[in-house]
Design a protein around this ligand. Structure first.
Ligand code: CP
Length: 340
């Protein structure tokens, strides 16, 4: 494949990237991680500008992108709707057209259910520079690639037969988007992993995504299985990723947008039935002896996971978070740079 193939490519979801493209990104991330550790300059995007638009809060994504742009020799604008004419209704098209004439990349987080992914795709239709998703209602590619890098660091490049459990967990902080588990369930089977989804029936993943994930597993030798029992999900797992997500999968976009308050009321009532869905030491004991605990963060300590687990020896959450920096830099360098 061409080394410059990724120049100018949008990243809305890795489902639209080939495995060769993903592997090249992982290789670049490992190289950038090495250079960062050595203190070796790697100003691959010197004098380039990235516009970052955040409709929601962020710690890891904002700072990995902004620090990443600085380390690559460029600059990132940290924008929120209140600082932009979006707040007066300016369209995604006009925003993308204008910003793409002034810089080299646009990155956006918009997690509004039924809206976010459409917003990003609308920008991608009109932008002449790469549009990068910083998470929408359906995908969080920046998280998924950092997770994959972390898994390969611990378990090697050949992940065939690795048992990964993506489990729903109770949380009181907020109804978290579906985008992290959906991105993981799409990506991991492409690397031959055996993925278990453990979730109560009121918190399903979206059917279309599950069908695509099953197709990915058929094509790549992985597998997908489902359980409504958290204990069963943990049995024998090499990696557990217990995390809350909202019950959005119970509703179509139209249904949700027409009755948002009602849907949230129902989701809240359903949530209360599953307070016992916590990742604790007993459940970790059901998994493989070498099990690793992962979480995209922020974690709802005491609800999603106990402190003994998240701060314990199986936890690799800070490696996972650090890899957000290296993978973000690889994606920016390959899509915004890559050509002399
Ligand atoms: N995991 C993640 O995307 O974290 P932030 O919401 O802090 O960016």
């Amino acid at each position: 494949m061409s080394a410059t193939l990724l120049h100018g490519k949008h990243l809305i979801s890795f489902q639209e990237w080939t495995k060769n493209e993903i592997n090249m990104t992982l290789d670049a991330a490992a190289d950038l991680k090495r250079r960062f550790a050595l203190g070796e300059a790697h100003r691959l995007l010197q004098d380039k500008t990235l516009f970052m638009m955040f409709f929601e809060q962020s710690t890891r994504t904002r700072n990995s992108m902004e620090a990443g742009m600085t380390q690559l020799g460029g600059h990132a604008h940290d924008l929120t709707p209140d600082k932009m004419q979006l707040s007066h209704g300016e369209s995604a098209k006009d925003t993308a057209m204008v910003l793409s004439r002034m810089g080299h990349g646009i990155a956006c987080r918009n997690c509004f259910y039924g809206i976010g992914n459409q917003y990003l795709r609308e920008m991608a239709k009109f932008s002449s520079v790469p549009i990068m998703s910083l998470q929408d209602d359906l995908y969080h590619p920046m998280q998924a690639i950092a997770d994959l890098m972390t898994i390969q660091e611990y378990f090697g490049k050949n992940l065939k037969g690795l048992k990964v459990t993506i489990s729903w967990a109770y949380a009181t902080s907020h109804a978290k988007p579906l985008s992290v588990p959906l991105s993981q369930v799409l990506l991991f089977p492409r690397y031959g992993m055996d993925v278990t989804i453990a979730a109560p029936k009121e918190f399903p993943l979206l059917k279309d995504f599950v069908a695509t994930a099953e197709q990915n597993s058929l094509e790549n030798g992985g597998s997908i299985r489902f359980t409504e029992n958290m204990d069963e999900g943990f049995e024998g797992a090499h990696i557990v990723i217990p995390k809350n997500w909202g019950g959005f999968g119970n509703y179509s976009f139209d249904e949700y947008n027409a009755n948002e308050d009602e849907c949230h009321k129902e989701m809240k009532a359903n949530l209360q039935k599953y307070k016992s869905w916590i990742c604790d030491e007993r459940r970790m004991g059901l998994a493989s002896k070498e099990v690793k605990y992962m979480h995209a963060l922020p974690a709802d300590r005491g609800n999603e996971v106990t402190n003994t687990v998240i701060d314990g020896p199986a936890s690799i959450i800070y490696d996972e978070a650090e890899n957000r920096l290296h993978t973000a830099k690889a994606i920016m360098a390959l899509t915004m740079g890559g050509r002399p």
